[in-house]
Design a protein around this ligand. Structure first.
Ligand SMILES: Cc1cc2nc3c(=O)[nH]c(=O)nc-3n(C[C@H](O)[C@H](O)[C@H](O)COP(=O)(O)OP(=O)(O)OC[C@H]3O[C@@H](n4cnc5c(N)ncnc54)[C@H](O)[C@@H]3O)c2cc1C
Length: 415
């Protein structure tokens, strides 16, 4: 059954050069890069803070952005790290790349505002207006009601590819065999932990645990850890009812795991739950099909591309979509693969870029590139590209990759 609602005209409330949807790692870097390159830029975020999964879902730490001693991601990401270090909110006594989420929120607001980005919080991207293969406006919903913002170029950094999908872009979800995606997880923080071992040294495996293992990361503050041990399978992150079921099931698992850790794991005897993430963590949903689809072999063979705009050395890391266990394939030591600019360009739309975990890739390639530092690198390249497209009145598809590279800190020259 369907109901037709008579809608009134939706007012256009803002006109900008570049509109960025989603304020996670990709969106932050995209908006900052775009604004710094002279474009009037607005960043839309459904939460009241920036950071994406790193704040909204308590994801920690930043996964490796090095290949051996070579640092693969710098740019805006490095600025974030530097500020976190100044605040004593990075690494500390914990994992080398862990960060304190509240300080991270302050830091991201500062960097975005200093660069001239307009931040619109509590703003949901709900639809797109299109004409002849281009987006002419984005429909948003907030406490102000339904409104339209018009831009010359758009960047979808929603993680779920919401804007691209609403604009009609082709996308894929899940693995090729059955469309199943990686499970969702509610991450949580505990204090009062006295445990000297590192996450990857931990061998406690127990069938009572949804991941089948103990997995936690030390935070900058002494005695605090974030725990990545819940696992909710068969969650379609694009379905409101599924998300609700996952939040309920995930929170139930949190309680059981806290009790398990306190009773069974060395150093947790006096530990207590500090907080859960405000929302469930989503590893995987839409992948927007672009001018190039990054292949599994590209990752495994450490492929290099002439139009590289980012590098990544993180392993293929697929949490079993249907149960316990994780499939991991580590890349050769000291190696990395390139991500081509074409993966950011949806095939079917002229003035849209995508950045972050929803770029054009296979399910397996996505499981590697989805880490936060790489999403920063992808966002920064997209932000620069969008601003150049606006300056030159061309489609992002026509932007010179050389010009993008002049503005991003692509640390390793193309091999
Ligand atoms: C449980 C879990 C553990 C992980 N572990 C690690 C780890 O240890 N290290 C690591 O580096 N990475 C890890 N990852 C991966 C990483 O967190 C994400 O892949 C990464 O954050 C993706 O960045 P993004 O900018 O593409 O999207 P996101 O971080 O998802 O940000 C998207 C933003 O867009 C907003 N948004 C979404 N839809 C809309 C809309 N329609 N309108 C307005 N705003 C919208 C969201 O609120 C969010 O702020 C993990 C992920 C999960 C879920």
């Amino acid at each position: 059954m369907k109901t037709v609602i008579q809608t009134k005209e939706i007012p256009v409330v803002k006109k900008v050069d570049v509109l960025v949807a989603g304020g996670g790692p990709a969106g932050i870097a995209a908006a900052i890069a775009s604004a710094r390159n002279g474009a009037k830029t607005v960043l839309l975020e459904k939460h009241g803070f920036l950071g994406g999964m790193g704040t909204a879902a308590l994801v920690n730490p930043f996964m490796s952005y090095f290949s051996g001693r070579t640092q693969l991601v710098k740019g805006v990401f490095q600025e974030v790290v530097d500020r976190l270090k100044e605040r004593g909110a990075y690494g500390g006594t914990g994992h080398a790349w862990s960060f304190e989420p509240e300080e991270y929120k302050f830091t991201l607001n500062e960097l975005a505002l200093e660069s001239g980005v307009e931040l619109l919080f509590h703003t949901y991207v709900v639809d797109a207006v299109t004409e002849d293969g281009s987006i002419t406006g984005v429909v948003i919903e907030s406490k102000s009601g339904r409104q339209v913002i018009e831009a010359k170029a758009y960047i979808d950094c929603t993680g779920d590819g919401d804007l691209a999908a609403r604009a009609g872009a082709e996308f894929k979800v899940g693995r090729e065999s059955d469309g199943q995606v990686q499970p969702a997880s509610i991450m949580f923080k505990m204090g009062g932990v006295n445990n000297r071992r590192k996450a990857w040294e931990y061998a406690v495996e127990d069938a009572r645990l949804p991941q089948g293992r103990v997995l936690f990361f030390k935070m900058p503050r002494e005695g605090e850890v974030v725990i990545n041990m819940t696992r909710i399978v068969n969650v379609n992150a694009l379905d409101g009812e599924d998300l609700s079921r996952a939040e309920i099931e995930g929170r139930k698992q949190v309680k059981e795991i806290v009790d398990y850790l306190v009773e069974n794991v060395e150093g947790f005897d006096n530990a207590y739950l500090i907080t859960t993430g405000p929302q469930i963590g989503i590893r995987e949903s839409r992948r927007i099909m672009g001018e190039y689809v990054l292949k599994t072999e590209d990752v495994l063979e450490c492929q290099k591309f002439d139009d590289a705009i980012a590098h990544c050395s993180y392993m293929i890391d697929i949490h079993n979509p249907t149960g316990a266990g994780t499939e991991k394939v580590i890349l050769p030591k000291g190696q990395w693969y390139d991500i081509p600019y074409r993966c950011l360009l949806p095939k079917d739309l002229n003035n849209l870029l995508v950045a972050g975990r929803c770029i054009s890739a296979t399910h397996e390639a996505h499981s590697s590139l989805r880490i936060q530092p790489t999403c920063y690198a992808l966002g920064e390249a997209a932000g620069v590209a969008a601003s150049i497209a606006v300056q030159e009145s061309i489609s992002p598809k026509q932007v010179s990759v050389e010009k993008i590279r002049e503005k991003i800190d692509l640390v390793v020259s193309h091999a």
